[in-house]
Design a binder for this molecule. Structure first.
Ligand SMILES: Nc1nc2c(ncn2[C@@H]2O[C@H](COP(=O)(O)OP(=O)(O)OP(=O)(O)O)[C@@H](O)[C@H]2O)c(=O)[nH]1
Ligand SMILES: C=C(OP(=O)(O)O)C(=O)O
Length: 223
């Protein structure tokens, strides 16, 4: 694909499960209330870092959670109700249709809402690479999943998130991105080990505060 004359201004689609059901794989370490607070804090840090990224035009969060919608709208995100309420991929497909209904030529990227160490400069580099190909994806830190899936104008997003989504996005024809210095875009948090890895990278202020409330101090990502 020819590089675009001007880099696209991306709309990010961020799916967020109702907080009461989110982050179930943290159950061995955190109770229900702490998990909900962490899920919201991860989303707040992800949205804040995404909106601070110069390549990002706007962020649309696809969620049916009222508390999260209010908190994320206060940070500047647009909220798209998860009308299908049928899981992650239907939520993303619905969000893509909603955005393209308003801006048919939008460059779209789905980004998981559980990237509490996300750094705007690293996201910029990933989106710059994504702009060179019609549909692209970035594998998660574990190496089996996906944290970002992009679709340039005129391309359907066609999300295949879930178990072994790295292989399924590759099979769907999307180009895998290999971007150096982008670890924070790949570090999603599902398990306690993921959380420790994110803390080692430096989490954003909402997550740091939630961790302080629940389990003691942790480093803050101020980048
Ligand atoms: N709107 C919406 N977002 C979802 C749904 N399922 C997952 N997500 C979001 O998709 C991203 C990846 O989700 P998962 O890791 O599968 O779910 P999770 O709640 O974060 O963690 P687990 O409960 O441990 O699976 C996160 O941003 C989730 O909030 C859904 O049914 N609807
Ligand atoms: C939904 C996904 O994320 P997770 O690893 O958080 O389940 C995925 O990798 O496609």
């Amino acid at each position: 694909m020819e590089p675009h004359a001007t880099p696209p201004a991306w709309t990010l689609l961020m799916p967020l499960k109702p907080l009461a059901r989110a982050k179930s794989r943290l159950a061995p370490t955190a109770g229900a209330s702490a998990r909900a607070q962490l899920a919201l804090a991860f989303a707040q840090d992800t949205v804040s870092a995404a909106l601070a990224c110069t390549a990002v035009r706007d962020v649309a969060v696809v969620t049916n959670d009222g508390q999260a919608a209010e908190a994320l709208a206060a940070l500047g995100a647009r909220i798209v109700p998860d009308a299908p309420d049928a899981g992650l991929n239907p939520a993303l497909a619905h969000g893509a249709t909603a955005v393209r209904g308003i801006r048919p030529e939008a460059a779209l990227a789905a980004l998981n809402a559980d990237l509490p160490a996300l750094r705007p400069g690293e996201l910029s580099r990933v989106l710059e690479a994504a702009a060179r190909t019609p549909r692209a994806f970035l594998a998660d830190a574990a190496g089996t999943g996906t944290t970002l899936l992009s679709a340039m104008p005129g391309q359907l997003l066609a999300p295949h998130f879930g178990l072994r989504s790295r292989a399924r996005h590759a099979s769907s024809g999307a180009t895998e991105l290999f971007v150096s210095d982008a670890v924070s875009v790949r570090q999603d948090v599902d398990t306690e080990a993921d959380l420790a890895a994110a803390v080692a990278l430096g989490v954003g202020p909402h997550t740091a505060e939630a961790l302080c409330r629940g389990t003691g101090p942790s480093p803050v990502n101020t980048a």
